[in-house]
Design a protein around this ligand. Structure first.
Ligand code: EPU
Length: 297
């Protein structure tokens, strides 16, 4: 089999911020081995590869974009591979929705990722940016990661072949792009009721402090320091609720940029630049983007 190609996919219908123009094409891999054709197809199409996952951490630009999207159309059911007294190792496909994985873990009494309850992404995207919330990070649970890379094709990475940091994941010895296809996670056992109660608490905290039902891409900026969260700096600098056209910093949490209905990327970028300038001037912090700009410069 090879990759199927669909022309002119819309970014606004594929991202949770509902922004962005059109890509050149969307390639769909129906099985993992289709990815072997990826470098050649991208070269022939002439655009830059962009994997959106569920599009939950993406700020896409307006207009005709010189990018080629990749969608993973294959996934297996999560499965326990081996069990020890207090821990287990399981595998999960990259295209599995994160909420589905969290639910699955809660049902079986495996702890370590409850903090990620309510994050709408896919497992592959969560790994590629080391998603985290309420003290849990997916990077801390990674046992092995299966990727496709142009250098080595499809292969497993063991713990010493990748590095994770605050919202970052890096493949150590391969400088080109990579596609996460599957991961093995190591998790601890705990009582199901305790895990599910933690999940409920995190969801409630999230709903109380973040605009979970708005069109957003999660936090826009990384926290420059643990004791200087971007949300607090933006709030103090007067950006909470600040609106430009159809885009605004949320009234609920200043580090969430929301699309109020008819927002445009240009408005988002203008608000971001204004906020960065003011926070730099007022507090001396350089706010680094957490959302991925697509295409990146
Ligand atoms: N704050 C304000 N005003 C605001 C927003 C926040 O004063 O408008 C204050 C809060 O009162 C609190 C502090 O800033 O004292 C930190 O806020 P919060 O507890 O909401 O956490 P955060 O640092 O803003 C981080 C992650 C979130 C994650 C939460 C919960 C980053 C950039 N953000 O937010 O992750 O859900 O902790 O653990 O690391 C994301 O990555 O997209 C994301 C939303």
């Amino acid at each position: 089999m090879t990759l199927k190609a669909y022309p002119g996919p819309s970014l606004s219908s594929r991202t949770t911020l509902r922004l962005g123009g059109k890509a050149m094409a969307e390639l769909v891999a129906e099985q993992e081995s289709d990815l072997e054709h990826l470098p050649d197809r991208i070269l022939r199409l002439g655009g830059k590869l962009q994997i959106l996952g569920r599009g939950s951490n993406i700020l896409a630009k307006d207009g005709e974009l010189p990018i080629v999207l990749l969608k993973l159309g294959f996934k297996e059911e999560p499965k326990v591979l081996f069990e020890e007294e207090k821990s287990i190792v399981m595998h999960v496909s990259a295209a599995t929705p994160l909420p589905r994985l969290i639910y699955w873990l809660g049902k079986r009494g495996f702890t370590g990722l409850e903090g990620l309850s309510g994050i709408p992404g896919q497992v592959g995207g969560a790994v590629a940016m080391n998603a985290g919330s309420f003290g849990d990070e997916i990077g801390d649970t990674l046992h092995r990661v299966r990727i496709f890379s142009p250098e080595k094709g499809i292969h497993w990475l063991t713990g010493d072949e990748f590095s994770t940091g605050y919202r970052s994941f890096r493949v150590n010895a391969e400088p080109g792009f990579f596609v996460v296809t599957k991961v093995e996670l190591k998790l601890q056992r705990a009582r199901q009721e305790i895990i599910q109660e933690k999940m409920r608490l995190h969801m409630a905290r999230k709903k109380a402090s973040q605009p979970v039902s708005s069109w957003s891409a999660g936090c826009v900026f990384k926290n420059p320091q643990a004791d200087a969260p971007a949300g607090m700096l933006l709030d103090k600098a007067g950006f909470k609720g600040k609106q430009l056209g159809g885009m605004a910093f949320s009234e609920m949490h200043a580090n969430f940029l929301v699309n109020t209905g008819a927002g445009a990327s240009a408005e988002a970028f203008e608000l971001i630049a204004m906020a960065q300038e003011k926070v730099q001037k007022q507090f001396g912090y350089n706010l680094e983007m957490e959302v991925k700009v697509c295409p990146c410069n």
